[in-house]
Design a protein around this ligand. Structure first.
Ligand SMILES: *[C@@H]1O[C@H](CO)[C@@H](O)[C@H](O)[C@H]1NC(C)=O
Ligand SMILES: *[C@@H]1O[C@H](CO)[C@@H](O)[C@H](O)[C@H]1NC(C)=O
Ligand SMILES: *[C@@H]1O[C@H](CO)[C@@H](O)[C@H](O)[C@H]1NC(C)=O
Ligand SMILES: *[C@@H]1O[C@H](CO)[C@@H](O)[C@H](O)[C@H]1NC(C)=O
Ligand SMILES: *[C@@H]1O[C@H](CO)[C@@H](O)[C@H](O)[C@H]1NC(C)=O
Ligand SMILES: *[C@@H]1O[C@H](CO)[C@@H](O)[C@H](O)[C@H]1NC(C)=O
Ligand SMILES: *[C@@H]1O[C@H](CO)[C@@H](O)[C@H](O)[C@H]1NC(C)=O
Ligand SMILES: *[C@@H]1O[C@H](CO)[C@@H](O)[C@H](O)[C@H]1NC(C)=O
Ligand SMILES: *[C@@H]1O[C@H](CO)[C@@H](O)[C@H](O)[C@H]1NC(C)=O
Ligand SMILES: *[C@@H]1O[C@H](CO)[C@@H](O)[C@H](O)[C@H]1NC(C)=O
Ligand SMILES: *[C@@H]1O[C@H](CO)[C@@H](O)[C@H](O)[C@H]1NC(C)=O
Ligand SMILES: *[C@@H]1O[C@H](CO)[C@@H](O)[C@H](O)[C@H]1NC(C)=O
Length: 737
């Protein structure tokens, strides 16, 4: 164990020592003696040879330029684990009777063993030679005989005539060579007095009878191959490959104990040095063993440990003979591909850039929408919708995109109507249903809570004569309200506008008035909390294809801020319908709607506008004009000619009376909406009992309003929805003054 440990230390030491060395010997060591290169692990001075291998220390005789290990002259050192030495021949010479001269060699090797690349050779006629070898403790003997009848032929063969040889086994550490005359009866007239015996590297001795038999002493020495290895352990025992340099491999010696190192394929140099194995440049080396075999137009490219044959572009390598051949595909294909790749790359970049831009824009838009949604009370609406007591609520919250799509980007051709309260577009939802989208106005964030209340209340009115609010969109700066689409225009259009030649008969007009009155009555008294329309006018009464009235614009006008547009609105339409008491006091109650209804009824009767500026001063206002006519008993003058006929005079008179009552200056003097509805209905029933009986039908509607809760406005927790409406209205009026 201790020994192994010691060896390890030696190995480690040697490695550390050789770490930075390039080349074939240790730095500052003698590299040559004469023409023999000295390479590691051999060396002439102690630090130049492999530590612990004393016989690897060589001595160089500077005068003779001969290299020695011990007393053996070294002529070649090979990394494969061989050492060539020169060894003199042993011989015996005779005169006719006695031995005149005899030299034999008893050689003992240390750290080297005899290689089996040698052969044991004897030269002479009628002679025999014996070699005794020792492997370990055991000794073996071998030899050969050479007998001659006549002078051997000159054929260069060492085949028993004047010369014999035998193979040598490896591993011998000691050998003794002896030669002797072998007398025969008919002894040859031998003119050659000496018999020789020697070891020689195979192939290095060519027998030539005439000089050799005469005097081989002139050639005194022959090369002999010895094996060497490092240590007496295997690679594994000694520490695997780490004991050899890089790009090399450790090999257990086949002839001895110990190991040898070998450079990997493609590398050459000294594998015992840390960086001794160097890449062979196969492209430039003159060595035929390592030279590249690229042929034709292929160019050799040196790589670490190997080489490549490369061809110019448009050519492929034929691996059979390492030559170049044209590619199957023509070269312009490459250009096409490059063009395609460039185009695709460019398009990809453009796409990425535009995507990023779109994303940024989208993010901005999303943030903006969120902002608007909150500003328009979206959060509050959502909260209210999810709250208790609003389970009947059916308000759809539309997205801005949805609205944009529905209106085809708020296209001008989609505009149904435009007014002070906003613009109404015709919209088509994804499910193909047609809706009216109203761009309401909302500039004051304090009205947000009321707007939300409004939406909630309106959404719960499920009355056949009320335009149904389907939902809203709060993501836009101006909130959008989505209503059911009524396709036959407003009552205003039918009486005064584009459809004034549609000739509404008295029956139509009466039914419409009954419907409006009934709706308002329902709003005022039948709903759990009174709702005041506040903006009843012919422009807000829509007619469907059956000329059924639909009251529209619920409360949206209340949200209109106090600005110029508001004034315009009043001048254009609302002013003629506005309850003067309400106008003066700012106190809104249901009687204001009654007043407005009275004006509408007058319009239905007369076909005149609520305000007519062509009339003389006192007749400008239809209410005044109508009241005057009534007072002066010239109603027939003001009633539209196509309306009145022989059969309906009584009804028209009655209706005119109701209209005047409705427009009384003092609210208290006006009848309630319920009474108006009942009276008008009675007129209708009297006329066509059957027809009108199912026009005004409440129970279904009531059902929907049960449990509706009008939530208090923001920051006004003590008041009811009614009050909040009142407050808004007061604001409106105050500013309007
Ligand atoms: C070494 O040099 C000697 C002459 O000095 C020559 O005879 C011999 O062949 C050389 N050996 C080798 C291996 O070159
Ligand atoms: C050693 O012998 C080999 C051939 O076996 C030869 O290539 C090499 O040059 C020789 N080296 C020396 C230093 O004589
Ligand atoms: C070198 O060789 C010469 C001649 O053989 C001999 O005289 C001399 O002593 C040798 N020198 C050494 C240092 O062995
Ligand atoms: C042979 O040699 C021996 C010893 O050198 C000598 O005594 C003898 O006379 C020689 N014989 C002949 C025939 O020369
Ligand atoms: C050869 O040398 C060894 C020791 O080196 C010795 O034991 C042996 O007897 C010798 N043999 C002859 C024949 O001299
Ligand atoms: C040997 O040859 C020599 C001359 O070559 C001759 O004189 C001699 O007689 C021969 N001896 C025998 C025994 O033949
Ligand atoms: C061998 O050496 C001797 C002298 O030692 C010389 O005369 C002879 O020519 C040499 N032979 C060869 C083949 O070199
Ligand atoms: C391994 O080698 C060391 C010296 O390098 C020696 O002391 C030791 O006995 C050897 N061990 C074996 C198992 O051969
Ligand atoms: C050597 O490597 C083996 C697996 O490859 C490992 O189980 C062993 O612990 C390693 N030994 C050392 C000394 O790193
Ligand atoms: C050395 O000899 C052993 C058996 O003695 C054999 O297993 C091994 O393969 C030989 N080594 C070589 C490199 O031939
Ligand atoms: C590769 O080259 C070999 C030899 O030149 C030839 O037979 C073979 O058809 C070539 N392969 C192709 C795919 O061109
Ligand atoms: C080229 O050499 C590598 C080894 O370096 C070998 O794997 C490949 O088969 C050779 N190709 C040809 C075409 O010779």
């Amino acid at each position: 164990m201790k020994k192994v440990h010691g060896l390890f230390l030696v190995a480690i030491f040697s490695l550390a020592y050789t770490q930075l060395i390039k080349g074939q010997s240790m730095p500052n060591c003698q590299t040559k003696c004469g023409n023999v290169s000295i390479e590691y692990p051999f060396g002439t001075s102690p630090r130049c040879y492999y530590p612990g291998q004393s016989t690897f220390q060589l001595t160089c005789n500077e005068t003779t330029n001969k290299l020695y290990t011990g007393n053996l002259q070294v002529i070649n050192i090979s990394h494969s684990g061989e050492l060539r030495i020169l060894k003199a021949t042993s011989f015996t010479c005779y005169n006719s009777t006695d031995v005149t001269e005899s030299i034999s060699y008893n050689t003992t090797l240390v750290d080297f063993t005899l290689s089996n690349k040698n052969s044991f050779t004897a030269v002479g006629c009628n002679t025999y030679a014996v070699m005794t070898t020792a492997v370990g403790d055991r000794s073996y003997s071998t030899g050969c005989l050479s007998l001659c009848d006549s002078t051997p032929k000159e054929n260069g063969l060492c085949s028993g005539e004047g010369c014999c040889h035998t193979s040598v086994s490896n591993g011998s550490q000691r050998f003794l060579i002896e030669s002797s005359r072998f007398d025969r009866d008919a002894s040859v007239n031998n003119s050659n007095p000496c018999f020789y015996a020697f070891l020689v590297e195979e192939g290095m001795f060519n027998f030539s009878p005439s000089p050799d038999l005469l005097n081989l002493r002139n050639v005194t020495e022959f090369p002999v191959v010895l094996d060497w290895s490092i240590g007496n352990q295997t690679c594994k025992e000694a520490g695997n490959t780490s004991i050899c340099g890089q790009n090399s491999v450790c090999l257990d010696s086949t002839t001895r104990t110990g190991y040898n190192c070998k450079c990997n394929d493609g590398y050459d140099g000294n594998p015992y040095l840390a960086e001794g194995c160097l890449d062979i440049d196969e492209c430039t080396t003159s060595s035929t063993i390592y030279r590249h075999n690229c042929s034709g137009s292929s160019a050799c490219v040196n790589m670490m440990g190997h080489f490549l044959c490369s061809c110019p572009s448009g050519f492929d390598l034929n691996t059979t003979d390492n030559s170049c051949m044209r590619k199957h595909k023509p070269e312009y294909y490459g250009w096409t591909q490059i063009f395609l790749a460039t185009t695709v790359g460019f398009l990809a970049i453009v796409l990425v850039v535009s995507c990023v831009q779109q994303k940024i824009k989208h993010r901005k838009n999303t943030e903006l929408r969120k902002h608007f949604f909150e500003q328009n009370g979206g959060g509050m609406l959502r909260q209210r919708l999810s709250g208790a007591g609003t389970s009947n609520v059916d308000v759809q919250i539309f997205t801005e995109e949805g609205m944009k799509e529905a209106t085809n980007g708020y296209e001008e051709s989609r505009i149904l109507g435009q007014g002070g309260q906003g613009t109404v577009y015709k919209g088509i939802l994804p499910d193909k249903s047609v809706v009216a989208i109203k761009k309401a106005r909302l500039g004051d964030s304090s009205q947000v809570g009321q707007f939300i209340n409004e939406v909630l209340v309106l959404s719960q009115i499920n009355h056949r004569n009320v335009v149904k609010l389907l939902g809203c969109c709060l993501e836009t700066e101006v909130p959008l309200l989505v209503y059911e689409f009524i396709n036959s225009g407003t009552l205003f259009d039918h009486l005064h506008g584009s459809m004034s030649n549609s000739s509404l008969t008295w029956e139509h007009r009466l039914r419409i008035s009954v419907e409006i009155a009934g709706t308002l009555a329902y709003l005022h008294s039948s709903a759990s909390i009174p709702i005041i329309h506040r903006d009843v006018k012919t422009a807000n009464i829509l007619l469907d294809e059956n000329l059924t009235a639909k009251v529209a614009d619920f409360g949206a006008s209340r949200l209109i801020p106090m600005d110029k547009e508001q004034l315009t609105t009043m001048v254009q339409g609302t002013l003629g319908y506005l309850d003067p008491e309400y106008y003066n006091t700012g106190l809104l109650n249901e009687k204001s709607d009654v007043y407005s209804f009275g004006v509408v009824l007058m319009e239905l009767l007369t076909g005149q506008k609520a305000l007519c500026f062509e009339q003389p001063q006192q007749s400008k206002h239809l209410v005044n004009y109508f009241a005057c006519a009534m007072k002066e008993d010239r109603l027939h003058e003001v009633i539209e000619s196509q309306v009145m006929n022989e059969s309906n005079q009584r009804e028209i008179h009655e209706a005119a009376r109701i209209a005047v009552e409705c427009t009384r200056l003092m609210g208290e003097e006006r009848p309630r909406m319920k009474e108006v509805a009942a009276q008008l209905e009675a007129l209708g029933v009297a006329k066509t009992k059957h027809e009108l009986s199912d026009q005004y039908n409440e129970p279904e509607v009531n059902k929907h309003l049960v449990g509706v809760e009008i939530l208090p406005a923001q920051g006004d927790t003590g008041t009811t929805g009614y009050d909040s409406i009142k407050n808004v209205t007061r604001l409106h009026i105050e500013a309007g003054r």
